[in-house]
Each structure stands twice: as structure tokens, then as C-alpha cells.
Design a protein around this ligand. Structure first.
Ligand code: SF4
Length: 479
């Protein structure tokens, strides 16, 4: 059996792409290996959002130079966003790479691997750039790749990503996504529903719908235009699917119908990731985010008011071009008042090919970026800890996902072990349980909390001579 090694960096979209690539290569007889040294085919599914992610891939490629010299039969491929962005540059920097395949061409990977091995000629398959043709032609050159699923590549057997859109049309000035993943295109509801039905049949309980701006989902089918709320309502009808999440939301598209769907549909996770990026209108304008801080505050107030107990999370970029101390202070103020469940905070990293790189100087010193990053993180952690403490003594419902990180580290082999799971509003809970409870919804009482984790104990019931954990019916609506 030929062996495949795949390394994935970046977002959930990339994780899903890797699942599909692996599924398509398994059909060709490949088996996965955890070691690049053993592999006949080595693939890197790459990310271009930050320079650091690209540097790591080029270093990993550098380490393969000798392996390829010793075994020219090894096929080395670079897939994903960096492949689309750097294209021929990858062959220049690592001439022994066989394949460069953009995210819109992943369906070709099995054939390309076969050809690379037979012909030993480098191949590049990328999609059209945003100015390389008509909108129609560019859309067609970015194919959504969703035909095959591979349970072994999922976060857990009970959880799966489902792509509902590809691309993005928002063109935020710091972001490379609209160039590398092409125009915004929504998948037909029928295809998404069929995929979710298949996943439910395979025992999947939780699906996470993916799109760069997932709440911009629109699909015209005959007379009807499907919105994300319509799609969630239809998915809600599928037996077996017990929890529905969706990421990432664009603040301007957080419509009332969607908030009502999240509030009213019990399978819908009360968790919304809605990145604000900055608390300064000057910076938001330079980022071309398309909203003001006032717009965001209004959206957040509407969200908290519509959905009791909802958890909202955000992303921030600190040190964007021209960001002053005053701009940053406004970000701090917004963070303090917004009570985000958590935030992903990044230092700005200039991306060649974006409007930001073309128009503005990356003029905030690295040291200042680092300081702002750390201070915003400290504030967010303080908020997380306070809000998590409010859960002490409360009962929450948790989907048990598997052994906790600590249990994995300790390599616990028995049936009793520390488990981890998430509540309906996406809070991580760690508790003692039994291996057979993985994949069940369980009632847990929280007895301790820190900024990132709740610690709890399973609510048990005396049945006959033994004490059992209570497995809850699917789709319990509480936190
Ligand atoms: S909305 Fe902005 S940040 Fe998000 S993917 Fe699109 S361009 Fe990038």
C-alpha cells in the first residue's frame, strides 16, 4: 500500500480540504502515515494568512531536499492558499517539489500525484486570479471540492465540517483570502443537505458549517432565495444531527432572521464567532471592513438581547498600519465592554498581494505590536475567567469529544479517564468519565473554572447496583 503523509496548517476550511484530499487518495489505495520519512507521497496543505505560516512550510520543504535526492520516486506536493499565492515561486525556492495545487483545484490531486510519479515532471494547477477573466470564468476556475468524506480525518467521529460557501468578496485590505480562494460562491442547499444526511448516517452528531463569511450565504433556487437561516432550519430536520454551528460571521450580515433561528432552533449552538478586528473607526476604515464601531456595537446589543445566554467570540488584529496608541485604547475599551467569550488576537502581518501591502506602510514596530497583543490578551483572559466563574455550581450539557489533552499526555489506557467536551455555547469542559461515554451528551456540574476551561463532575443516577452517568437525549437546548 502506498503511504501518504499530510501536514495541514491554517483554518477549519483547510482541515476540511485535507479530509477530502485524504479521502480521494484512500480511494486510490493510499494509507496514512504519521511520518514523512516513511511516505511515498508528502503533501502540505498551506495557509497564507500570516508570514509565519508560510515560513514554516518553506522550512519543512527545505528539510525534504535530501530525502527527495535519495528517493526521486517520492512525490512532494504543496496545496492550498500558499500554492495559489506563490505559484511558480515554490518551484524556484524548492525545485524538487513535484506539485503546486491551489485550493480551487484539489479535485485533481489523485491524478496529479499519479502523473507526477509516472512522468517525474513538475505540475502546477491553480485557479484564475481575480483580474484574469470574467467573473463567470474566475468562479468556474475555483471548484468547491466536496464529494468525499473520510471519518478518520475528522476532529472526532461525532463532529464534521460542512462547507457551504467558498471564496470571499469583501476584500478587507489586510486579507489574502479573496485572491487565493476566489469569488464568493454558495453551494446548493440540496448538496449540503445530502452531505449532512450522509454524515448523520455515519454517526455524526455535530456539524459546523464553514464559509469565510458564512452568514452571507445566499443561494437562488428557482423562485426561492435561501439564506443561512433557511438552510439551518432545513438541516435542523435531519434525524441524528444534534448540534449545528457555523463560522465565520461577517458583522454586517448578522440579520434578525438568523438571530431568531439561533434562538429558536434547539439544535443550533448558542455560539457566534463575529470578528470585529479593531475598536477604532480609523483603523476599520483603513482595513475596509465595511462597518463602524457603532454598527458593531448595535449588532452585538441586538445579538445579546435576542439570544439569552449566547456566547460571542471575536478576532483582533493589533498593530495594523498606522494604528496609534489611541486607536489601540479604543480596541481595549471595546473588548472590555463586549464580554467576548474569547478572542483570537493576532499581530498584523503584511501580506504581499493585498491592498493593505500596496497602500499602507507596515509602520507599527514589532515591539509595539507584541506589547499590544499581550495587553489585549491579558484583558481578554481576565474577562474569560470572570465569565467562566459564573458557571460554578451550574449544570451544563456537554458533548463528550474524547480524552482530554492531559489524559492523552498521560497516555491513559483504561476505561476510566479524563474527558473533554463542549457545551452548547462552545465552552470547553473537562471531567472524569468512561471511554464508552465519548460521543454522548452528558450533564456536568461545574466545580472549578479558569480562563479557558470549566472543570466538572458528571451528574449520576443510581440505577440498580451500579451508578451510571446520565446520557441525555440529543439536542438539549441549555448551555
Ligand atoms: S471578510 Fe475580510 S477578513 Fe474575512 S475572508 Fe473576506 S476579506 Fe478576508
Amino acid at each position: 500500500m502506498p503511504k501518504l503523509y499530510i501536514e495541514t496548517v491554517g483554518c477549519q476550511m483547510n482541515m476540511l480540504d485535507s479530509e477530502l484530499v485524504v479521502a480521494s487518495l484512500r480511494k486510490e489505495g493510499y494509507e496514512l502515515t504519521a511520518s514523512a520519512a516513511d511516505a511515498d507521497t508528502i503533501l502540505f496543505n498551506t495557509c497564507s494568512v500570516r508570514q509565519h505560516a508560510e515560513d514554516k512550510i518553506y522550512s519543512a520543504l527545505g528539510r525534504l531536499k535530501n530525502a527527495k535526492r535519495e528517493n526521486p520516486n517520492k512525490v512532494i506536493g504543496v496545496l492550498g492558499c500558499m500554492a495559489q499565492k506563490d505559484q511558480g515561486l515554490i518551484f524556484k525556492r524548492a525545485p524538487y517539489v513535484d506539485l503546486v495545487v491551489g485550493p480551487g483545484q484539489l479535485h485533481q490531486v489523485p491524478a496529479l500525484v499519479r502523473e507526477a510519479r509516472a512522468e517525474r515532471k513538475p505540475r502546477m494547477e491553480v485557479s484564475l486570479g481575480r483580474t484574469d477573466g470574467s467573473r463567470d470564468a474566475i468562479e468556474r476556475s475555483h471548484e468547491s471540492f466536496d464529494p468525499l468524506r473520510d471519518p478518520a480525518m475528522r476532529p472526532t467521529p461525532y463532529q464534521a465540517f460542512v462547507r457551504i460557501m467558498i471564496g470571499c468578496d469583501k476584500f478587507c485590505t489586510y486579507c489574502i483570502v479573496p485572491s487565493v480562494r476566489g469569488p464568493e460562491q454558495s453551494r446548493p442547499p440540496a448538496a449540503i443537505l445530502a452531505e449532512a444526511q450522509q454524515l448523520a448516517g455515519e454517526g455524526c452528531l455535530e456539524i459546523t458549517l464553514l464559509g469565510q463569511t458564512v452568514n452571507s450565504y445566499r443561494y437562488r433556487a428557482g423562485e426561492r432565495t435561501w439564506r443561512l437561516s433557511d438552510l439551518i432550519e432545513a438541516l435542523h430536520e435531519i434525524d441524528g444531527i444534534a448540534r449545528i454551528k457555523f463560522v465565520t460571521n461577517y458583522p454586517k450580515d448578522m440579520t434578525d432572521d438568523l438571530l431568531a433561528a439561533v434562538r429558536d432552533l434547539p439544535k443550533c449552538s448558542k455560539y457566534l464567532h463575529v470578528p470585529v478586528q479593531s475598536g477604532s473607526n480609523t483603523v476599520l476604515k483603513r482595513m475596509k471592513r465595511g462597518y463602524t464601531v457603532e454598527d458593531y456595537r448595535e449588532m452585538l446589543a441586538r445579538t445579546y438581547e435576542s439570544i439569552p445566554g449566547v456566547a460571542v467570540t471575536s478576532d483582533f488584529i493589533v498593530g495594523f498600519c498606522g494604528e496609534t496608541d489611541e486607536d489601540f485604547q479604543q480596541t481595549v475599551d471595546l473588548t472590555r465592554e463586549s464580554r467576548f467569550k474569547n478572542s483570537f488576537i493576532f499581530k498584523y502581518s503584511e501580506r504581499p498581494g493585498t491592498k493593505g501591502a500596496e497602500l499602507y506602510a507596515d509602520d507599527v514596530p514589532e515591539e509595539v505590536k507584541r506589547r499590544r497583543n499581550n495587553s489585549l490578551l491579558a484583558l481578554q483572559n481576565q474577562i474569560c475567567e470572570q465569565d467562566n466563574e459564573a458557571f460554578l455550581g451550574r449544570e451544563v450539557t456537554v458533548l463528550a469529544e474524547g480524552p482530554s489533552k492531559a489524559a492523552e499526555k498521560r497516555d491513559e489506557l483504561g476505561d476510566r479517564l479524563q474527558l473533554t467536551g463542549r457545551t452548547n455555547c462552545d465552552r470547553i469542559v473537562v471531567f472524569e468519565g468512561n471511554r464508552r461515554q465519548i460521543g454522548q451528551f452528558l450533564p456536568i456540574v461545574v466545580y472549578d473554572a479558569n480562563a479557558h476551561t470549566l472543570f466538572g463532575e458528571m451528574v449520576t443516577q443510581h440505577v440498580g447496583p451500579e451508578v451510571f452517568g446520565l446520557a441525555l437525549p440529543l439536542a438539549t437546548p441549555d448551555c
